[in-house]
Write a protein that binds this ligand. Sequence first.
Ligand code: AMP
Ligand code: MG
Length: 429
Amino acid sequence: MKQDIASIVSCLDGYDPNALRVDKAREALRACLTPIVAIGANVERVATRAALGRVLAADIVSTIDVPAHDNSAMDGYALRAADLRPQAETALTEVGSALAGRAFAGRIGAGECVRVMTGAVLPAGADVVVVQEVTRCENGKVIVPAGQQSGQNLRYAGEDLKAGATVLRRGAQLGAAEIGVIASLGIGEIGVYRRLRVAFFSTGDELSSIGTPLAPGQVYDSNRYTLHGMLTRLGVEPIDLGVVRDDPAKLEAALREAASCADAIVTSGGVSVGEADFVKQTMARLGEVLFWKIAMRPGRPMAFGKIDAGGKSAAFFGLPGNPVAVMVTFYQFAREALLHLAGRTGDCSLPLLPVPAAQAIRKVPGRTEYQRGVLFREGGEWRVRSTAQQGSGVLRSMLEANCFIVLEHERGRIETGERVQVQLFDGLV
Ligand code: AMP
Ligand code: MG
């Protein structure tokens, strides 16, 4: 991370820590974070198959043409366009066959054709494939109808990927398709960034850990489980530092441990107005942390900065304590920031899809709302409604929902049928 966070964010247009717009908060995070670099211990070589979710540390350049040969795109007959009669049927002599992986050894001569299957290397001399369904056999000849075009039903060498082409760039996060493409080049091992190490803990005197009975006034610490799930899904290495009591010495020890072992720290709780005083002082001593009031719901309080310990520095994300607010702030801010730190390049923001609202939705201008929504199909059309409970402590609303309804800052009440933007949970939560 660069040196002085306060001076970087103060240069941003319209930066106001006490009423920070969602887009400004994202901009501030971006401006202050420095991604992992592709040197030394930051790069690991892994088997292509084991690279799902990892981020490429170097470009992938093709050393071969894919496909390697011109081949047939269909089952049918390979032949020479020059032999075809333009206005009438043509009768040809079948001289052999070619299957995928078993080429025809000879060359097609005048008046000849070769039976070919999809993927078969195009026989020498052929420049067109006619699909088998339009042909027929008559008196030992293959009859081809008029109207065939030279080049039809062929796949050319290098059509998918050309030798020398950059196929994937450093910073690409690998999904199933990327891994398949790398395998199609015959590459069995690749260089990826090491996984970003993310330490996380919950704060709160009221928290009880699973396995101990609840005393009066206690709640089970669910945020650490949600955070573990969200971090794992993101492809980072989660480091669980447990529950930390609302005690300055314990908080300091936990933050020091986190900064010395991780690239980033994510915590829940302790950043709301009532609690922030000792937290603020502790964090100020350990690094540089900004306390934001974000113009959003849920998730108004959030802290961001860096913590230094043991000669190392870690990016810090202090998320609110309410269970839904943790998930919303994680997905709206921490997700993108952590992917950026992990070396992923390009736009990794979540897509927003417009859908008509199935009911009126209450909303006041001046903050961005992330309501839990249910996207459903009615008479062939997709619509969205909000879940009944929208409290930031009601984690069950995340179960009922299958999307966030994102209601923009300026927007007021939404009437039935008006379009709203949604972000799907599928593949996310
Ligand atoms: P805080 O932001 O620390 O004031 O917490 C706000 C609310 O979230 C309180 O009602 C807490 O009990 C609840 N909360 C805080 N941390 C957790 C946690 N780890 N698991 C479940 N609920 C929590
Ligand atoms: Mg608390």
